[in-house]
Design a protein around this ligand. Structure first.
Ligand code: HEM
Length: 152
């Protein structure tokens, strides 16, 4: 067995204990995360700036919401339930940091309304970090397309 596979195996066997610790520290569970995600996207869809960007790309909201609950379960509770790749889904969006700031404003608001103070602080810290890294990927893709030679 390779070292990496052995490490992955031991990480997987530690996962339930890590998840249990995170649940105890934050008061979060799948039920709270489901509530958070659903409430958050109600706000996003009603938002004058973000709403149209999502509406143009998401027709069937149920699978998106399920994917986002799995994502937050992985990010906040380390359950490993999410297996997607968010970066490629964002790099071509017509967004700048101001869109991410708006996204974060709505997310912070919803987290504070929905979760315990420790749970809200935990998901907000994760969201801020991921938003900064998605924004860097978007900026990278935008500047690469600005400087690409026109081959026509
Ligand atoms: C400017 C702010 C943002 C906009 C406009 C935006 C928009 C979108 C859209 C339209 C999709 C659906 C893409 C598709 O299925 O084709 C999506 C998916 C997703 N977004 Fe965002 N997003 C934003 C910020 C964020 C942030 C900050 C996070 C994480 C904290 C995030 C996490 C995700 C994830 C996990 C998916 C699912 C990717 C997959 O298919 O596995 N997004 N987003």
């Amino acid at each position: 067995m390779s070292n990496a596979v052995a490490q992955l195996g031991s990480l997987q066997s530690m996962r339930p204990a890590i998840t249990a610790d995170l649940m105890a520290q934050t008061g979060l569970d799948e039920c709270w995360l489901t509530e958070l995600v659903h409430r958050f996207y109600i706000k996003v869809r009603a938002d004058a700036v973000l709403g149209p960007i999502f509406a143009e790309r998401i027709v069937d909201w149920e699978p998106h919401l399920e994917r986002m609950v799995a994502f937050w379960s992985s990010v906040a509770l380390m359950t490993g339930r999410y297996h997607g790749a968010p970066v490629p889904k964002h790099v071509s969006l017509p967004v700048t940091w101001s869109h991410f700031e708006r996204w974060l404003t709505l997310f912070r608001e919803t987290a504070i309304e929905t979760c315990s103070p420790a749970g809200a602080a935990h998901v907000i810290e994760r969201a801020e970090r991921i938003a900064r890294s998605l924004n860097m990927a978007v900026e990278g893709a935008q500047s690469a397309s600005d400087t690409a030679p026109n081959l026509r």
